[in-house]
Design a protein. Structure first.
Length: 421
């Protein structure tokens, strides 16, 4: 955001002829001396006002209009256009499925078990914490697993090693926020990123001698043969408006659930509370078990002093919470369940990289609200940790996935698909 102009009477702005800028004004709307032109100065002053109100506020970002359309509906003409695009996308998916069934397209196999964690929709369903649980399950069985991810949003290309058995070798900007987070949470586990999952997994196998591979967000990836296919789904409104991209959040039709070995409904403890997920699985893949899982706080720390904070200390605290993740509401609900009073919750776009100006604005807004501090997720922390910290306390909460119903099915599926020895 631009720097504010001085207070006082607004100078008179004279209109310039079309195609010309006012005299002395550059392309960015600045005048001599570095001050903003009057219209730009007033606009920036309005834009810089800290997020007004309380409750949940969505910060405008790229892609947010499409998400709002999925949630609230599109204007008629736009809806027809996106629906037509969705039909074209459906045709491409059908053609690809036909080619795989006929053997024209083939999946390549690795000499070690491959576990995939993915979903059917765009957005957060708990894939990253589920990858962590999958790695821990394989390690408990005696495997030496590695994580392979595409590395969405990373600033590097090709195949890169994020972490080896000894250390983390790439930063979040180079690796992508989620692979970097997994490397932090899984010390000693190799993490590799690359758009070609087979070649990335092959590198992990050859270089580190791993005995199992966990693929992050790979349900739609068919070129690598998988031994265990895990699909994550939110229990609440799991399929959005039920339409394929770009008219809706579905990456594939619900019939793709037939490829799954396990379906995990997140956000509920009882299977009965995941009725929409159970209904879809029963209709398309009745032999596939549905498990349930919830998000739970793993640990919390003050970023300003890097001091661990007990969950008991969080109870009763009034905070301004913010997150740039795919399912921010789940984070907000986790905070409230821990007894935290969320005075205002700000939703940024998924994978949002924060700026110093945004952190300063968040700090100022926390001051306006009179709260005890700010709170965000561990995934957001990896994207802002290099920035100047706010003057007020910044609490960072790490989340873990806890299987509630069906843990025995989870364990037996891993033992069957990923034998050791």
């Amino acid at each position: 955001m631009g720097r504010a102009g001085r207070r006082g009477a607004r100078p008179r702005a004279h209109a310039a002829p079309r195609g010309r800028r006012p005299q002395g004004e550059d392309r960015r709307g600045r005048v001599r001396g570095g001050r903003l032109a009057p219209r730009r100065r007033a606009r920036d002053a309005r834009a810089r006002r800290p997020f007004p109100g309380t409750g949940r506020t969505r910060v405008k970002a790229r892609g947010s209009r499409l998400v709002r359309g999925w949630e609230n509906g599109f204007p008629a003409a736009q809806g027809r256009l996106l629906g037509a695009a969705g039909k074209g996308y459906s045709g491409l998916l059908g053609a690809r499925e036909w080619l795989y069934k006929r053997g024209v397209l083939k999946s390549r196999a690795l000499p070690v078990p491959v576990v995939s964690v993915g979903n059917l929709t765009v957005g957060g369903t708990g894939k990253t914490p589920a990858v962590e649980v999958a790695v821990q399950t394989l390690a408990a069985l005696g495997h030496r697993p590695a994580v392979v991810s595409r590395g969405y949003g990373r600033g590097t290309g090709g195949i890169r090693v994020v972490a080896d058995a000894a250390s983390i070798r790439l930063d979040a900007e180079e690796a992508g926020d989620e692979p970097f987070l997994l490397a932090r949470r899984l010390p000693g586990v190799p993490v590799v990123v690359g758009s070609n999952r087979y070649d990335s997994a092959r590198l992990a196998l050859d270089r580190f001698g791993v005995t199992a591979i966990v693929l992050d967000d790979a349900f739609q990836h068919r070129t690598l043969k998988k031994d265990l296919e895990i699909v994550m789904a939110r229990a609440e409104n799991p399929w959005g408006n039920g339409k394929l991209l770009p008219a809706g959040p579905l990456r594939e039709p619900l019939a793709a659930l037939r490829r799954a070995d396990l379906v995990v409904a997140t956000g509920v403890e009882r299977r009965e509370d995941a009725a929409e997920v159970v209904s879809a699985v029963t209709a398309y893949a009745p032999e596939v078990p549905v498990l349930t899982a919830v998000s739970a706080p793993a640990e919390c720390w003050e970023a300003n002093r890097m001091r661990l904070v007990s969950l008991a200390e969080l109870a009763g605290k009034r905070v301004l919470a913010f997150a740039g993740i795919a399912a921010p509401r789940a984070f907000e609900e986790t905070l409230r369940a821990a007894g935290v009073t969320v005075q205002q919750f700000l939703q940024f776009a998924d994978h949002h990289w924060y700026t110093p100006a945004e952190i300063a604005t968040l700090d100022a807004r926390a001051g306006d609200l009179g709260v005890e501090g700010l709170m965000t997720t561990e995934k957001d922390w990896v994207r802002l940790r290099k920035l100047p910290l706010p003057g007020r306390l910044l609490y960072v909460l790490a989340i873990r996935l806890v299987l509630v119903a069906g843990e025995d099915l989870w364990q037996s599926a891993f033992k069957r698909a990923c034998p050791t020895g």
